[in-house]
Ligand binder design. Sequence first.
Ligand code: ADP
Ligand code: MG
Length: 707
Amino acid sequence: MSEIIDVAQIFGADVFDESTMRQKLPKEVFRKLKATMNSNKELDNSTAESVAAAMKDWAVEKGATHFTHWFQPMTNITAEKHDSFIAPTGDGTVIMEFSGKELVKGEPDASSFPSGGIRATFEARGYTAWDPTSYAFIKDGTLYIPTAFCSYTGEALDKKTPLLRSMDALSEQGLRILRLFGNSTSKRVVATVGAEQEYFLIDKSVYEKRKDLIYTGRTLFGAPPLKGQEMDDHYFGAINSRVHAYMRDLDNSLWRLGVMSKTEHNEVAPAQHEMAPIFTSANAAADQNQLTMEVMQKTALRHGMVCLLHEKPFDGVNGSGKHDNWALSTDDGQNLLNPGKSPMENVQFLTFLAAVIKGVDEYPELLRLSVATAGNDHRLGGNEAPPAIISVFLGEELDAVVEALINGGTVPKKSADLDLGVLALPHFKKDTTDRNRTSPFAFTGNKFEFRSVGSSHNVATANIILNTIVAEELRQFADELEFAAAADGEAFSRPAFEKALHELLVRTFKEHRRILFNGNAYDEAWLDEAERRGLPNLVSSVDAIPHFEDEKSMKLFTSHKVFTEREIHARTEILLENYYKTINIEAHTAVDMVKHQYAPAVMAYAKFLCDAAMSKRSVGVDAVSELDAAQNVTKLENAMIAECAELDRLLGETSGLSDVKETAVFFHDKVLAKMNDVRAVVDELEAFVGGEFWPVPTYGDILFSVK
Ligand code: ADP
Ligand code: MG
């Protein structure tokens, strides 16, 4: 029996959101807080005290006893340290207290979060600072306060701080462009994000029998299942009742937390699913996606399942990504990537479009490294996920517009409004039908969809890069256009502006046309074609990550105050460290599984065959097949042990490496390659060894475990 859920009633029930604030805060305090949220101004002490008191009362009323400053260190997960509200009164009793100071600033002893050497250990303290632009919420009896995490020397030690900085940069430059187009009212340009989340659900019982899943999140071994995704029968297929119950439960939890979970469906691979939320500001979207991942995993456990967020849990089976839908909006609600109704709106749209295209073409390495992790490397470039080559898909109709601009305005005319003086641009409809699922960066009607982001990633990373590169291009555009428009003795000459804009657009599309690709990006031929066009193909994370420190990117980030040089060096180091530490854990797990699971199982099976052969022979029966099988299995067993010993030896060698980059390269070139060799033999053995001898659940067992 299903209970009736009043969605409007539960939505945001556990969030200190705008309507709650309006209810709980004195008018003046609410007004000041809103102003802070909209303009990133600082909040004065007395307002902070007042907000803290109201927040605490609300939280305590809802059963909360603790509060935490919730932050996003430079891993892909979130961190929290809980303090209770209790304060002694002096007569042995306690009261629930929460001060403005506690709301605004926290000091987690966070010396063991990755800092890439920024925070020397003697100066271990970093501090967390309340981010009033993301709502506080209650989860598991604790009031969660979204915060930024910095060192005392002011460096960002998290993902939120640079994301907020990149949003400021984007807003500043975006507004300059809007002003040129005569918009004098918008106060802010906001990056909006909707992060679609793919995941696998498997039964807890099979999960618990796979050390690789437990320690690394992916299977390090496993032959292809008898049935995979070849029938295309899972995508959008009927959702089974266990999964259905899970999705309902997930929605309820997410709704209470103010996450607008909107769409759920089965994905391409068996056991794979997707959740899409309704988009919001990039900052809130990043927070919400982190929450979503956590709630997905906890909810699964309640249903006797495990939610896998790894990018490639199963070799040969579709991996999981996180489509980062990204657009720009004004604070008064205009989507700047929405082709408008009037020609002028269209020209403004084309200006923002040109900035995005130019940004992607000039900084493809940065986009690539924003999604570079050991896990995602298994996915990018497979015939299921976008390739490591970054290109932009526009769709036929928009492509025709761009081509027409480049070639001087002979557009296939769909309507007559082509009369904007020199800016003879066509009116065009947004293209919502033409979908290219193979492109890493696709225009989908009124937003871009960056599909290379991995399912376990914090979307902040990709959006920091996107925001910053587009801010830079908008800055260049604004510099050029403002200068040109101040002509003919006027502060702003409309004809001069239009002429300069036309030139700028034509030139930009011409110069960056090579990044546009509407074809099949999974096709082998695209590799050659992309190379001819001079587009980088940074196949692995170790190829991509070091580009963070290129002079070009240093200049980009420092000039927009998104990262300092020191922060870039620190982050590069952390990314490389995360990369090789991941492979290190995987390799040790692989060795352990071979030694303690596969080898004993294979030996037992060989013995079983030999015993069978002996007993047959003892009664004069021919035992050719038993002996053949025993020979074969023994040969593979020896190969497996030898490859595993070699992997073990390579791991021993890594202790002699000190340079981070060198270590990452070694893990990529040697350790990962050897893991693949070990795996190849084990997977081959899987086909020979008797089912009841095989020590772990197979791909078939796992992928079809949720019944
Ligand atoms: P599609 O069919 O292209 O996947 P949807 O409308 O289903 O389009 O949206 C997919 C995701 O894109 C959703 O998470 C949605 O909220 C998000 N999205 C839609 N519009 C925008 C926008 N302007 N900015 C950011 N994300 C958006
Ligand atoms: Mg999509």
